[in-house]
Design a protein around this ligand. Structure first.
Ligand code: PEP
Ligand code: MG
Length: 550
C-alpha cells in the first residue's frame, strides 16, 4: 500500500483504477527530419486539424457552457494561426527540426516569454500556449487527447488539467481527480466541486506513473489517497464510502421538497455560481435561485473589456435558464486577489484595502455603465437582482443607484425592454457597512452578507493567507454579532437578508442563522440538499441566541 497526502479540494470518497491522463509527450518526438517539405506538410495538416477541432469545441462550449468558454477556444484557434507563432515553427523546421520538435520549441519559447511578463493576465496566457502546442503535437502524433479508453470509470490522475482538457473529458467516466499540482482554485478543483466529484490536488512527486491501473481509494475531505490499500485502510474507506452512498440516496429524497423548518419557517436556499455553465449544477441540485453570481468571471476570462453584448448574452442565458427564479448578479468585484491585466490597476501595498469592487465601478463610470446596461437588458428575460459588493458608505449606494437610473433612462429612450422593478441589493462585507446598516437598509431591497470578506475585515485577517490558522475564525462572536446587527437593521427596514459567504453552508451554524433571522442562504450547488435536510429537521422557534450562547 502507498499512502499519499494532498489537499482535498472537493469532498467525497471514491475508489477505482488510477488512469493517467493521455497527453502527447516530448519523449515520443521523432528526431530525424526527413525533409523540410514533408515536415512542413505534416505541420500544416496538424495545425489545420487543430483549428477545426478548436472551432468545433467553441461551438460545443457556446451551447453547453456559454460565451466566455467559447471565446477561450476561439482564442486558442487564433494562437494556432498567429503569424509570429507559425513563423517560429517554420524557422525551427528550416533548421532541420522535425515538425514535432518545431511545435515543442515554439510552444516553449512563447509560453516562457508570456510567463516572464509583468502583466498578470498575459502571464496566465502561458498555460494557453502550452495547451495549444500540446494539441498540435497530439495531432501530429495521432494521439487522441483526453480519451479514457477503458469501459469502466476511473480515478483520473494528471499533473494538472488545462481548461480545454477538462471540458473535453467524458465526465461519466470520472470517479475522482488526483493531481500533482494545482490548488483549490485550479480548473480541476472548480470543475470537480461543481460536478460533486471528489478531488485531491498537490500530491507532488508522490503520484507516480507506475500507479497507472492500480486500485486507489481517495478521500476528498482529508486529502488522503491510498493506492492498493491494505485491509484495515480498505475497511475504513469502505465504511466511509458506504455512508456516502446512503447519504446520496437520502439526499435524492430531498429534491422537490421545501426548505422549511419543522415549525414552518421557510428559508430561501440559493446557489453561488461563477459562470453560466454552473446553472446545470444548480438545477441538478434543485437550488431555488441564484444568490450570488460572481460576474467577474467574464472579465477574468477575457483579454479585453467584455462588451455589453457579450455580458448581455451571459446574463440573459442564466436568467432565462432559471425560469423566473431569482438570480442575484453581483457587479464586477475585481481588485485585491482578482487582478485583471487590461484594467491596468496601480500596484498597491495593501490591495485588499485598495481599489477594488464598487470602488473601481464608481471610478470608471464607462465600465460600470456597460455592465449595468447588460444587466438591465437581461432583466427582461427572467428575475435578475443587482448586487453591489464592498460597500462602506451610504453615498456609494446612492451613486450606484444613480448610475442605474441613468441606464434605465437610456433604455427607455431607446425603447429597449427591461424590468423596472429589478431589485437592488448590497453585500455586507465590511464593518463600516454593518455600522451604517440602518441607513443603508433604507436605500436597497436586500442585504447579502459576504462572510469571507466580513471575517477578513472584522478580524483584520488576510483571507488569502493560509498560515493564519485559528486567527481567521468566521465563527468569532464579533463576526456573528456583525451579522446580527445587519439582520436587525434589514428587518427593521422590511427587507430580506441572506448569507452568500462560505459560512452559509456550515450546517453547524444553521441554528445560529435561524436565531439571527437570516432569510436566505446561498451555497455551492452541491451543498443545497444537505442544507435542506438539516433545515427540515430543525425547529426555528427553539433557536435563540441565549440558548446558543452567541
Ligand atoms: C464574501 O466575501 O463572502 C463573498 C461571497 O464574496 P467573494 O468571496 O467573492 O469575495
Ligand atoms: Mg467578498
Amino acid at each position: 500500500m502507498v499512502v499519499m497526502q494532498g489537499s482535498g479540494v472537493s469532498k467525497g470518497v471514491a475508489k477505482g483504477p488510477v488512469y493517467f491522463y493521455q497527453r502527447a509527450a516530448a519523449a515520443a518526438v521523432r528526431l530525424d527530419a526527413a525533409c523540410f517539405e514533408e515536415e512542413k506538410r505534416r505541420l500544416d495538416a496538424a495545425c489545420e486539424k487543430s483549428v477545426e477541432q478548436l472551432n468545433a469545441l467553441a461551438e460545443k462550449a457556446r451551447k453547453e457552457a456559454g460565451e466566455d468558454a467559447a471565446m477561450l477556444f476561439e482564442t486558442h484557434a487564433m494562437f494556432v494561426e498567429d503569424e509570429d507563432f507559425t513563423d517560429c515553427m517554420t524557422a525551427a523546421l528550416e533548421k532541420g527540426c522535425t515538425a514535432e520538435r518545431a511545435v515543442e520549441a515554439a510552444g516553449e519559447q512563447f509560453s516562457a516569454m508570456l510567463a516572464g511578463m509583468d502583466d498578470e493576465y498575459m502571464r496566465a496566457r502561458a498555460a494557453d500556449i502550452k495547451d495549444v502546442a500540446r494539441r498540435i503535437l497530439s495531432n501530429l502524433m495521432g494521439i487522441a487527447e483526453g480519451g479514457i479508453d477503458l469501459d469502466g470509470p476511473v480515478i483520473l490522475a494528471a499533473d494538472d488539467l488545462a481548461p480545454s482538457e477538462t471540458l473535453q473529458l467524458d465526465k461519466r467516466k470520472i470517479l475522482g481527480f488526483i493531481t500533482r499540482g494545482g490548488s483549490g482554485n485550479s480548473h480541476t478543483a472548480i470543475l470537480a466541486r461543481t460536478m460533486g466529484i471528489p478531488a485531491i490536488c498537490g500530491l507532488g512527486d508522490a503520484l507516480k506513473r507506475e500507479m497507472d491501473g492500480c486500485v486507489a481509494y481517495i478521500d476528498g475531505e482529508t486529502g488522503r489517497v491510498a493506492v492498493e490499500p491494505d485491509e484495515r485502510t480498505l475497511a475504513a474507506f469502505e465504511e466511509k464510502y458506504e455512508k456516502q452512498r446512503e447519504m446520496k440516496t437520502l439526499m435524492e429524497t430531498m429534491k422537490g421538497q421545501k426548505d422549511v423548518t419543522l415549525d414552518g419557517r421557510e428559508i430561501m436556499v440559493y446557489c453561488n455560481i461563477g459562470s453560466p455553465e454552473d446553472v446545470a449544477a444548480v438545477q441538478a441540485n434543485d437550488g431555488q435561485g441564484i444568490g450570488l453570481f460572481r460576474s467577474e468571471f467574464l472579465y477574468l476570462a477575457s483579454s479585453d473589456y467584455p462588451t455589453e453584448e457579450e455580458q448581455f448574452r451571459a446574463y440573459k442565458q442564466v436568467a432565462a435558464a432559471m425560469g423566473g427564479r431569482r438570480v442575484v448578479i453581483r457587479t464586477l468585484d475585481i481588485g485585491a486577489d482578482k487582478q485583471v491585466g487590461y484594467f491596468a490597476l496601480q500596484k498597491e501595498e495593501n490591495p485588499a484595502l485598495g481599489m477594488r469592487a464598487v470602488r473601481i465601478c464608481l471610478s470608471r463610470p464607462e465600465v460600470f455603465r456597460t455592465q449595468l446596461r447588460a444587466l438591465y437588458r437581461a432583466s427582461a428575460y427572467g428575475r435578475i437582482a443587482i448586487m453591489f459588493p464592498m460597500i462602506t458608505s451610504v453615498w456609494e449606494v446612492r451613486e450606484c443607484k444613480q448610475a442605474c437610473r441613468k441606464v434605465m433612462a437610456e433604455l427607455d429612450a431607446e425603447g429597449v425592454p427591461y424590468r423596472r422593478d429589478t431589485e437592488i441589493g448590497i453585500m455586507v462585507e465590511t464593518p463600516a457597512c454593518v455600522f451604517v446598516a440602518e441607513e443603508l437598509a433604507k436605500e436597497v431591497d436586500f442585504f447579502s452578507v459576504g462572510t469571507n470578506d466580513l471575517t477578513q475585515y472584522t478580524l483584520a485577517c488576510d483571507r488569502q493567507a493560509n498560515d493564519l490558522g485559528r486567527f481567521f475564525d468566521p465563527r468569532h462572536p464579533a463576526v456573528l454579532r456583525a451579522v446580527k446587527m445587519a439582520a436587525d437593521a434589514a428587518h427593521r427596514a422590511g427587507i430580506w437578508i441572506g448569507i452568500c459567504g462560505e459560512m452559509g453552508a456550515d450546517l453547524s451554524l444553521l441554528e445560529t442563522f435561524l436565531a439571527i433571522g437570516i432569510d436566505e442562504l446561498s451555497v455551492s450547488p452541491a451543498a443545497v440538499l444537505p442544507l435542506r435536510a438539516e433545515i427540515r429537521k430543525t425547529t426555528a422557534g427553539a433557536c435563540t441566541l441565549e440558548r446558543l450562547k452567541c
